[in-house]
Design a protein around this ligand. Sequence first.
Ligand SMILES: C[S@@+](CC[C@H](N)C(=O)[O-])C[C@H]1O[C@@H](n2cnc3c(N)ncnc32)[C@H](O)[C@@H]1O
Length: 263
Amino acid sequence: MSPPAIAPGTYRLPAEVARSVERARRALGDRGAGPNPGWVAALTGASRKEILRGLSELEDLLPLEEEIRHRHLAAGRANYAQIRGPFDLYLLTRLLKPAHIVEAGVSSGVSSAHFLAGLRRNRRGTLHSIDRPTPQRGSELGTHESPVAIPRGRSSGWAVPEELRDGWDLRIGPSERLLPTLVRGLPKVGIFLHDDLHTAPHLKFELRTVAPRLAPGAVVLADNTDWTGSAFPDFAHQVGVPSFRRGRTDFVGLAWPAQPPEL
Ligand SMILES: C[S@@+](CC[C@H](N)C(=O)[O-])C[C@H]1O[C@@H](n2cnc3c(N)ncnc32)[C@H](O)[C@@H]1O
C-alpha cells in the first residue's frame, strides 16, 4: 500500500516566511523546490513555531542558493537532478541536529549542499555521502542522457559551494561496497537519504544496512519510490511505523522508533 500523502498546502505560512521561501526558491531557480512543512512536522514531531523558525532561516541561504544555481548554469545545466524538497532537507537537519547524516546519491550535490548548510548552522554534525558518478558522455548532456550525469571536468558534488565543503565526508564508489563499511564506523545515524540506484533490491539493501545504526527519532528518506515497488512501505511495516509521502511526489520518509524490532 502506498504511504499517505501530506500535501504542501496543509501548513499555512505567515506572509513574511512565505516571502523568504519564495526568495529562496527563486535563488535556487527551481519552481518545484517549495518546502512541505507538514511532511517535515509528521516526520519530526516539530512544533509549528520550530518549523517556522527553520523556514525563516531560508532568507540567510539566498547567497548559497544563488551560487548553486550559477554553478549549474556554468556547467550548461538549466536545472539539477531534481531532489524533491531541498529546503525540507535543510529543515530536517536543523530540527533533528544529527551528529551523522548519511546519503547515497550525490550527482551535482543539491541534497548534499542543503544538509551541509543545516549542519553548518547547527555548528556540529557530519555529512557522509556516497556516489558512484555517472559520467556525461560528451561535452553536452545528450538528449537521452540522465541529468544525473556529471559534466566533463567536474566530479560528484560539483555544484556544492566551496564554503560548505569543509568536513564533508564524500566517498566515491558504489554504495553496495561503501555503505556497509561507512555505517559500521558510525555510532548513530540521525538522517539517512536513499537517492542513488532506484531498484527495490538496492533500496532494501541500503535500508537493512543502515537500520542497526539509526538513532531513535532518526528520519529515513527515499526518493523515486515509484520505481522501487513496495520496498519502502514494506520496510516501514516491518519496523512498525507509518511512512509519509511528500505531497504527490514519490519522495517518502519515516521516523525511526525508540525501540525498533529485530529485523
Ligand atoms: C538522483 S542522483 C542524486 C541526486 C542528488 N541527491 C541531488 O540532490 O541532486 C543519483 C546519483 O547516484 C549515483 N548512483 C547510481 N547508482 C549508484 C550506486 N550503486 N552507488 C552509489 N551511487 C550510485 C548516480 O550516478 C547519481 O550520481
